[in-house]
Each structure stands twice: as C-alpha cells, then as structure tokens.
Write a protein that binds this ligand. Structure first.
Ligand code: LLP
Length: 419
C-alpha cells in the first residue's frame, strides 16, 4: 500500500493498493460500492475519532462541543460523546437525535435564533445549557420558569472572509446581540439578574469556512473589553475553522486554531475558559461520497458532462455557495487526471452541478465509480429528497469493516409521511 498521489484531501486511512485501487479504513471502495450501491456517504471512523481527540486535546475536556449541524446521526453523536466532546444542537430535532444517541444533557448546548417555547422548555427541563440569542428568548425563558444555565450570544461586528451566507459575526445579522448597539450589555445584565437564568458565559461565532486566523483574532479583540467587563467564567468562540476542499488549499489544524484563540485571549488578559464548537473541521475530510457514472455527453468544443446518480440532493453546497470539489476514480486513485469534465447530478435542473471543471483520468467511462472527497460536512445533513431521489446511506469504515449507520432510503420511505 502507498499513500494516494497528489492530494491531501482524502481521509486519514485512505490507501492505494498495488492495482491502484483506493481503500478507506481497510475497505476497498469499489467492493463497497458493489455491495451497498451508490450514491453513498463513506466515513473513515479513525479519522473522525482522531479529529475529536485533537479538538479535546487542544481545548481541554469539557471545553469543546461538536457542532452537530455539520453531520448528525446517532452513530456520530455517540462517537463524539465517546471521544469526550460535548455536542452543540441547533434545533429540537438535533436535540432529539443527540439524546436518542445517549448523549447526556449536561454534555449538550442548545443554539438557535428562533427557539420555540417547546424547544426551550425541553432544554430547561433536561438541564441543557442554552445560548441565548434574543430578548424574546429571555422573555420566553422567564415565562417557562426554572433556572437555565445560559451563554449570551454576541455579534462582535467582525466580517470574516467567507461566503456571505455563512458569515454571522457582522452587525447586520439575524444572530445574537449587537456589541456596538449596547444590546449585548443589556442582555448580559438581564441574564445575570433574571431568576430564570444563570449566566455562565458569552458566545460569539463569526462564520464558517474561515482560513485566516486573523479573523478569529479580530473577533477576540472586538470582544475583549466586553468579556472582561462581563466577568463570566466561559468565552465560547464558536466554530468556523475552514477546511481544504480542493487541491492547493490549506487550512490551519484544529490545534493551530485553538492555539490562536487561546493566545489572542491571553494577550487580551481574558481569563475566562476558552471554549469552541467546531463542526466542519471534525467531519468534512473524514467523509467521501461514492457515485456511479451513468451518462457522458460531449458538447463539442464546449464541455463534457459526466452525469452521476446523485447530485444536489446529496450535496447542495456547489449550488448554494459555488463550492468546489475534486473527483477521483477509486479504481485508479493515483492516476494522472489530465481530462477536464463537468460532473453533474441526475436532477431536473441545469444548476445541479457536483464538480465544475473536474480533473479526471483520461479513460473515465460509463459505469465507473467516482469519489468526491471532503463531503463529510453539510452534505448528508443538508440532503433532500428533491425529485424524490432517496437519500444515500451513511457507512462508517474501520479496520477492514463497513458498518451501515444510516440505511439508504427506499421508495416506500418517500410515501411514509403522506397522510
Ligand atoms: N457554532 C455555531 C453557532 C454555528 O452557527 C456553526 C455553523 C458552527 C458552530 C459550526 O461551524 P463550522 O465549524 O462547521 O464551520 N451549510 C454551510 C455551513 C453553515 C454553518 C452554520 N453554522 C456550509 O455548507 O458551508
């Protein structure tokens, strides 16, 4: 076995055998595709566990929550919990799945800019910590009664260098209490004195897919005076660490990111416990998607369309954010990729692009299994049934074994909710 040539995008245990075939977790991807069908999400369990351990090592036990919106099923919540992470949930549904996985309420934190009374009541009853996002939510908590441990979410007024849809720290945001407007100060005072809340910290998440550590330093600078005055035991700096999706991109490691956050806090004389909630950095590179090529259409002198059996229903990120990906053939993972094609899905929509201008081996053909790496975050979790395409299964691979943790949807599942 040799390491795959020319890329660092595949999961940690990816290897190419003497025939050029790609395996992950000791499982040959072509054999796996033949067994479980395509499309399929395949996760390297060792990679997931290594990233969780790195995060817990870097921030300290109890100081890092996995942002479950990136990818959630019971197996993932269990894994994060086993590896010592807390779990961040953003809705009653995520809370339900995390609890069903056996994550104890003390290891959960509830987010959301519009939490319902039911969601809040459940969190209060269970003793789940709550990141408070608005005055309306503080009203609701007071109506519910009880005493919730809360962090107050601040928008620091920092614009991170990322896609506008995933920026959250700027003044013009639906999230949190503005710093400059004085709302943040009023929220902290209210949470401190309300009988319904015990103020345990301040929270700020500036956005996602951020590569530049100075964006995080800027957020700490912007928050420092406020955090010192608030004198709270915890400062949660959210998630948002970027990951490379295509060849040539590089991102700080979780450890480097943690060092940056902690150093910035130290420099600002912040003594509060520094905590974080990474999502993508834990799961993105652990996962790949397997598709099968069904149709190849050449538009002479323009482009070649390679159609696969999934698309925007299992990965809406290219359509939503213009995100780029790479593509590899598991039968020839180390091969040169001199041919340019556009990989598209099977949906009835021209925007249904999986990889624009993908580099692929010259002999790519109908029937080939194709693998897109770094699809472990916000693929399965944002998947849909558009065009009534059943959602793919999720398989965890480890030490030569493949374990289906979410089964493939069936056509019957498509009728399950019809009244
Ligand atoms: N904490 C909070 C409060 C968040 O809102 C988020 C992400 C995270 C943590 C985790 O961020 P991460 O470490 O994964 O960047 N669908 C988009 C990403 C939306 C992220 C929303 N909030 C995408 O596919 O890029």
């Amino acid at each position: 076995m040799t390491a795959p040539v020319g890329h660092n995008l595949l999961p940690g245990t990816a290897a190419v055998d003497g025939r050029g075939r790609l395996s992950i977790g000791g499982v040959d991807l072509l054999d796996l595709a033949a067994e479980i069908g395509t499309p399929a999400f395949v996760y390297d369990e060792a990679h997931l566990r290594a990233r969780c351990r790195e995060a817990v090592g870097a921030f300290g036990a109890g100081n890092v929550a996995y942002a479950s919106k990136a990818f959630l099923c019971r197996a993932m919540a269990q894994l994060a919990h086993e590896e010592g992470m807390h779990v961040d949930v953003a809705t009653g549904g995520e809370l339900y799945v995390a609890l069903a996985a056996g994550v104890p309420p003390v290891s959960l934190v509830l987010h959301g800019s519009n939490k319902s009374e039911d969601e809040l009541r459940r969190a209060v009853d269970l003793g789940v910590r709550i990141v408070v996002d608005s005055f309306a939510e503080l009203d609701r908590l007071e109506e519910i009664g009880g005493r919730a441990k809360v962090l107050v979410r601040i928008t620091p007024g920092v614009e991170a260098h990322t896609h506008e849809y995933v920026m959250t720290g700027q003044v013009d945001s639906k999230f949190g209490f503005g710093l400059a407007s004085g709302e943040a100060r009023r929220a902290v005072e209210r949470a401190r004195h309300s009988p319904a809340t015990e103020l345990v910290g301040v929270h700020a998440h500036i956005g996602s897919q951020i590569f530049i550590t100075s964006s995080f330093e800027k957020a700490v600078d912007a928050l420092a005076e406020f955090v010192l005055a608030a004198d709270v035991p915890e400062l949660c700096l959210g998630g948002g660490l970027g990951v490379p999706y295509v060849a040539g991109e590089e991102a700080p490691s979780i450890t480097e990111w943690a060092e940056t956050l902690k150093a910035a806090c130290k420099a600002a004389a912040i003594t509060a416990r520094v905590t974080a909630e990474p999502g993508r950095a834990i799961v993105a590179a652990a996962g790949v998607t397997l598709y099968r090529v069904g149709t190849i259409k050449d538009v002479p002198s323009v482009r070649t369309y390679v159609s696969v059996d999934g698309g925007m229903s299992d990965n809406p990120r290219p359509v939503l954010y213009g995100s780029g990906y790479e593509a590899f053939l598991p039968r020839a993972a180390g091969a040169e990729r001199p041919r340019r094609v556009t990989i598209v899905g099977k949906h009835c929509e021209s925007g249904d692009v999986v990889v624009r201008d993908a580099c692929v081996p010259a002999d790519l053909a109908i029937g080939d299994v194709l693998c897109t790496p770094v699809t472990g975050a916000y693929g399965h979790s944002m998947a849909s049934n558009y065009n009534k395409v059943p959602r793919p299964p999720v398989v965890f691979v480890r030490d030569g074994n493949a374990r289906v943790v979410v089964r493939r949807e069936t056509f019957d599942d498509l009728l399950r909710l019809d009244a």
